[in-house]
Design a protein around this ligand. Structure first.
Ligand SMILES: Cc1cc2nc3c(=O)[nH]c(=O)nc-3n(C[C@H](O)[C@H](O)[C@H](O)COP(=O)(O)OP(=O)(O)OC[C@H]3O[C@@H](n4cnc5c(N)ncnc54)[C@H](O)[C@@H]3O)c2cc1C
Length: 293
């Protein structure tokens, strides 16, 4: 599910234009012991003109189960870094994929999710079928001194990894503040922000960049991400930014975070009604954009 003004269901996507991608590597980026397994795939796209814009996703067409009447299984994945081109000219993209399960509502049993397990099990050299890329594009605001508040949970960090790199590499006069709020169930599941892979470290010395981590206090109890602790520490500043017409808020990742965020922001605002009004203003001005699933 993508929630934006332009809500689309998966059936609405035109998947007729397809291309092949070759798996270059497929490595875990969560350590053993983490509740979730997340892997990073590097793919060589067999399409020299791959028309990517920052924030976009690609569609995967995984083999379905014909016995269930499903010949292909279509799912979307954010492009998790700026594409790089190899000497022979073929672009390479990265995807950051969490191995998922789904609940069979009739039997109550959990089964492996088709697309995510298909991707997580690919080996170097394998070929997969992709389509897209598709919006939703997180736009760089026209005012280069705008405030950007990027809120990612779980694999929702993936589009922001590309976005932040794009901002600091390709928008040389970017002078606005960038706050990255990142939520995960545990320190083991912090993607691209841990000791092994800290892609955001290169921006920590930028005066304009700040990153905040929010973790669940008791991950094995499946507690929600503790957004309140991370957010309320800088609550006044954040609330002031929400009132600034040059503030853009982009949210990506697991849908269940939306309600938790509303709860924390309502406390900052003083009441749920005040927060609902402020959020509606941001949304109306296309200054609140969500990509959640
Ligand atoms: C625009 C867009 C971008 C996306 N980008 C990514 C991405 O970069 N990385 C990624 O792993 N997934 C991403 N997803 C989710 C992805 O499309 C699939 O829904 C997911 O991989 C599960 O597909 P499946 O066929 O394995 O299982 P399904 O049977 O479709 O789903 C199994 C269950 O997993 C839950 N779920 C789905 N994705 C996640 C997730 N990432 N974290 C926690 N729970 C999840 C679903 O709500 C569902 O309950 C994105 C979705 C959208 C709409």
């Amino acid at each position: 599910m993508i929630t934006t003004e332009s809500v689309r269901t998966l059936q609405d996507y035109d998947t007729s234009e397809r291309f092949v991608a070759r798996v270059i590597s497929n490595e875990p980026i969560t350590p053993p012991g983490a509740e979730a397994e997340v892997r990073e795939l590097v793919l060589e796209v067999q399409r020299p003109d791959f028309p990517y814009e920052v924030g976009q996703s690609v569609g995967l067409l995984a083999p379905g189960d014909p016995a269930l009447g499903e010949y292909e299984h279509f799912r979307l994945y954010s492009v998790a870094d700026l594409p790089e081109s190899e000497p022979e000219g073929l672009p390479r993209i990265k995807l950051c994929v969490r191995r998922c399960t789904y609940l069979d509502e009739v039997t109550g049993e959990r089964h492996p999710g088709v697309a995510s397990n298909y991707l997580c099990d690919r080996q170097p050299g394998d070929r997969i079928t992709l389509t897209g890329p598709f919006g939703l594009v997180f736009e760089v605001p026209e005012e280069h001194d705008a405030n950007l508040i990027l809120i990612g949970s779980g694999t929702g960090i993936a589009p922001f990894r590309a976005f932040v790199k794009y901002l600091y590499r390709k928008v040389p006069d970017w002078a606005g503040r960038v706050w990255l709020l990142y939520g995960a169930k545990s320190g083991l599941e912090l993607l691209y922000m841990n000791e092994e892979k800290d892609d955001f470290a290169q921006y920590y010395d930028r005066e304009t960049f700040e990153a905040f981590k929010a973790l669940s206090p008791r991950p094995s109890w499946a507690d929600p991400i503790a957004w309140d602790q991370a957010i309320e520490a800088r609550g006044e500043e954040l609330w002031a930014m929400f009132g600034d017409p040059k503030t853009y808020v982009y949210v990506a990742g697991i849908a269940e975070s939306l309600a938790d965020l509303d709860h924390v922001f309502a406390r900052l605002a003083g009441s749920p009604e005040k927060w609902a009004r402020r959020k509606a203003e941001l949304r109306a001005g296309r200054r609140w954009v969500e990509l959640v699933y």
